[in-house]
Design a protein around this ligand. Structure first.
Ligand SMILES: [Ca+2]
Length: 472
């Protein structure tokens, strides 16, 4: 009984309880008026929870990322807002659940929608203080000109408009896509570029951008196309890992992080630069030996199980973020925008956003807690799960799974099956793999979370906004 009461209290954690955390970081007030922090945001594609040394990677090493994590903070319970490329990026850049702003799934060459002019991206927000802003990598918020990064706050763009498998050589849909464009600014400069060079090109551009902008605040968004399939790696990393192609690709991304951190240091900007590294969703498990790993989490990309949404996340800012810190509080990519607003003293958008500043968590404030009373796990427009405190409630929903079968080999995927869960409650503190359904044992917690989810979903649907549209 005591445990149930205690657990219920945990479930009912409110904004009031968390308010003490808000008073903790005076560091920002002290920084007001001084140089605004540079922001480097590195976002990988389909990298799983276990695909980084500090998170237990096997068969390959990530020395630069591990060092970055040891010099900063490692989040163990950090989530994306939806477990698919486009929607996840929309949430990261706007601080909103992607279904709030009509950005679902993974837009492709024949999509006629993209991010609305009415949204405020991180780049647009930081422009309030004249930040230089660049994205090198994958955009995925619409490929038509009105939706490109250069129309949404970025001064510079070099990269792919959508996923690197949306090209004529797709293993399951050969010839189903037009040539893959590589874009500079708003101009297609190559078709079907040599993907083995992408990580190197993005890295060279990132280093050059840091060097060119060292005298003013900057926002650098490095959105790697890798390790999304088809996997490509440069000659210098081919065969470097024991694990194979996927490990080689991650090791090249690790090299890239090392290059970027070295550039920051060489420009004397270590203490002025917040670097964030995370992934856009969990591993694409059907690709087998070309997919990552989210163990001990359940399932992967495309599902609202934690294997789809919980990702590695490390942040480094010497002198501001304590070295060697670990944060076990739940947080989500939607929290990045409001956190940066606080750090750079920016005005938030006038419209509703869903994220909340996690600066107290990042600063390692004692007993800091999330300001969310719950996090919501949507697949497209459907609310599939709610997380609050230690509890995660799944509403009945279908999901894709390999059901214990092996994944594919050599870049050709295995077939998923459809499975279905009923109402299910998991204790994420003792059952990180979502294996033991406690719904019957704790009906009051189920009711509490179900009610909370229903209320939030109704509010979101009443206040949601539209994506931008072009009409050919
Ligand atoms: Ca992805």
């Amino acid at each position: 009984m005591f445990q149930q009461k205690c657990n219920r209290r945990d479930c009912l954690k409110t904004l009031t309880l968390s308010a003490s955390a808000m008073a903790i970081p005076p560091i920002i007030q002290a920084a007001a008026g001084s140089r605004k922090p540079n922001i480097v945001l590195i976002f990988t594609d389909d990298q799983g929870y276990a695909d980084l040394g500090l998170y237990g990677a096997r068969g390959f090493t990530t020395p630069h990322l591990d060092q970055m994590g040891r010099e900063g903070i490692r989040f163990t319970d950090f989530h994306v807002a939806q477990p698919v490329c486009g929607a996840s990026r929309a949430a990261l850049l706007t601080g909103c659940y992607p279904n709030r702003i009509g950005m679902l799934g993974a837009p492709s060459h024949n999509s006629n929608h993209g991010i609305s002019d009415g949204e405020m991206t991180i780049a647009e927000m930081l422009k309030q203080h004249d930040y230089a802003a660049a994205i090198f990598g994958k955009w995925h918020l619409g490929h038509h000109p009105p939706f490109l990064p250069t129309r949404h706050g970025f001064d510079e763009y070099f990269g792919l408009p959508y996923s690197n498998d949306m090209w004529p050589f797709h293993p399951e849909n050969p010839g189903g896509y037009p040539p893959l464009p590589l874009i500079e600014g708003e101009t297609v400069i190559q078709e079907n570029p040599d993907q083995a060079k992408l990580t190197t090109w993005y890295t060279e551009r990132a280093v050059d951008f840091i060097e060119r902008n060292q005298d003013k605040p900057f926002f650098l968004y490095v959105a790697h196309s890798m390790p999304h399939v088809p996997l490509f790696v440069s000659r210098k990393f081919k065969g470097k890992s024991e694990q194979g192609m996927y490990g080689d690709v991650i090791m090249e991304i690790d090299w890239s992080v090392g290059q970027i951190l070295a550039a920051v240091k060489q420009c004397g900007l270590d203490n002025d630069t917040l670097v964030i590294f995370t992934s856009d969703n969990g591993p694409w498990l059907s690709y087998g030996d070309h997919a990552g790993c989210a163990l001990p989490l359940r399932e992967g990309k495309g599902t609202t199980w934690d294997g789809g949404q919980r990702v590695p996340c490390i942040m480094r800012w010497p002198g501001k973020i304590p070295a060697g810190a670990v944060c076990d509080e739940p947080a989500m990519t939607i929290d990045i925008l409001p956190t940066l607003a606080e750090l750079a003293d920016c005005r938030l958008p006038d419209h509703v956003i869903d994220g909340k500043s996690i600066w107290p968590l990042m600063a390692g404030a004692p007993n800091a807690e999330t300001l969310h009373d719950a996090l919501y796990f949507y697949w497209n427009d459907n609310l599939e799960a709610v997380r609050s405190g230690r509890w995660k409630l799944h509403f009945p929903h279908k999901y894709r799974t390999l059901a214990g079968k092996p994944g594919g080999v050599g870049g050709v995927p295995a077939k998923y099956e459809q499975a279905e869960t009923g109402i299910a409650l998991y204790d994420m503190k003792t059952d990180i793999g979502e294996q033991t359904n406690l719904a019957e044992r704790y009906p009051d917690i189920v009711n509490c979370l179900a009610e909370r989810g229903k209320r939030f979903d109704e509010q979101l649907k009443q206040t949601k906004r539209q994506a931008g549209k072009i009409h050919p």
